[in-house]
Design a binder for this molecule. Structure first.
Ligand SMILES: Cc1ncc(COP(=O)(O)O)c(C=O)c1O
Length: 394
């Protein structure tokens, strides 16, 4: 029997783990409404035809070989212009295209964190950061998001959690799993704190165009020219193409501060050869000609958000903070429950709705779950009605 490395032992990914149980229910002949996965395509959303054509044309033009490790030039230039639109000061040499934002996050974590060190990560938070912490044999260090303050990061908690092994802080804005949008003031406080303690900011902005109610989006790197910040983005969510794995990262901050990290990440990027080549040709048209597509996606998600927010809050024994961006809500089950995973699995078996338990996002108490609101409005209404029935009969 092969003895696998210990570092894989604690790797879990709740979003996909619950699917194993859903497959069993499917085999019994039931249709499942998947509210578990942040993949727009599963719910019938499609990327713009012109982007598909750009990728197809790239393949026909034989862009099928390896790309440059830093990425295709025209894509990087388009990302730089996009960064400038967001108010970020950077340059083409500080931009690397990646196999989704996920790979960028992985490379920066690998380049920055030694075993035994830590990164401040949000709680609840996106599971990739916890998985990487385990893989790098680093220490978990979670700061709380405050449900009583619209799920804004609790900066005081961050301050309490920092120690001499802390190397960075992760910001997910708009947030998965809470749908929170961070205020300029919160971001500024985090930047000041990072500056004071020499931390690198990981600014995960994969949902940056899905911001509701006409609110202004603030990119962390636009608020500081000095603090070392890596901003992550991509086509997965805003442009509905997660399977293309077209992502990027942008390094910014004082040259002497950010340079060693950028160089270390560039070395790792060379070792992994390149991001998928033909798909990088969709980046320029997306960012230069299809902003309206992302806006339409945002408008659809805002309609869905309204349904979810209203319907969940109508259910006795449930409350939900209003999501301000992305396509997630993180409602609270007010009834006393001891096992949220069991609650989610019961919901699946009894109502054929698949959500993800809050503890799967690292939340400490078993009384939340995450809902993805990418499905059609009617399906979301039906799902909320069934969740209501489930809660009232428990
Ligand atoms: C916060 C966050 N970051 C990163 C990712 C992964 O993005 P990509 O598909 O570009 O790897 C996701 C996907 O759900 C996410 O929610």
């Amino acid at each position: 029997m092969v003895k696998v490395a210990k570092r894989t032992e604690k790797i879990t990914y709740a979003i996909r783990d619950v699917v194993v149980e859903a497959d069993k229910v499917k085999k019994q002949g039931h249709d499942i409404l998947n509210l578990n996965i942040g993949d727009p395509n599963v719910f019938g959303h499609k990327p713009p035809e012109a982007l598909i054509e750009a990728v197809t044309q790239a393949m026909k033009d034989n862009k099928n070989g390896y790309a440059h490790s830093m990425g295709v030039e025209e894509a990087r230039e388009a990302i730089l212009k996009e960064a400038e639109r967001k108010g970020i000061k950077s340059d083409v040499d500080s931009i690397i295209t990646t196999t989704g934002a996920s790979e960028g996050i992985t490379l920066v974590m690998q380049a920055l964190v030694n075993s035994g060190e830590n990164i401040l990560t949000p709680c609840p938070g996106y599971p990739l950061y916890n998985a990487l912490t385990n893989l790098l044999e680093a220490e978990h260090n979670h700061y709380m998001m405050d449900e009583n303050n619209q799920w804004q990061p609790d900066v005081d908690d961050m301050k309490k959690k920092i120690n001499d092994k802390t190397k960075g802080v992760v910001i997910i804005n708009p947030n998965n799993p809470t749908g929170a949008l961070y205020s300029k003031q919160t971001l500024q406080e985090i930047i000041d704190f990072a500056n004071e303690h020499d931390l690198v900011i990981f600014s995960d902005e994969i949902y940056d165009k899905l911001v509701f109610d006409g609110e202004q989006y603030h990119s962390s790197a636009a608020l500081s020219d000095d603090v070392p910040i890596v901003t992550f983005g991509g086509l997965s969510k805003n442009f509905v193409a997660p399977g293309w794995r077209a992502g990027w990262m942008i390094f910014s901050g004082a040259e002497n501060e950010i340079n060693p990290l950028r160089e270390a990440v560039s070395k790792l990027a060379r070792a992994r050869l390149c991001a998928p080549h033909p798909f990088q040709y969709a980046i320029k048209p997306a960012l230069e000609h299809y902003q309206h597509f992302a806006e339409e996606m945002r408008d659809k998600m805002q309609i869905n958000r309204d349904i979810i927010y209203k319907s969940l809050n109508k259910i006795e024994g449930m409350s939900c903070v209003k999501p301000k961006g992305a396509f997630y809500a993180f409602p609270k089950i007010e009834k006393e429950i001891t096992d949220d995973k069991k609650w989610v699995i019961d919901l699946l078996h009894k109502k054929h709705i698949l959500a993800v338990h809050g503890t799967g996002f690292g939340y400490p108490t078993p009384d939340h779950f995450r809902v993805v609101f990418l499905a059609h409005p009617e399906q979301l209404e039906e799902a909320c009605r069934k969740i209501g029935e489930f809660v009232s009969r428990e």
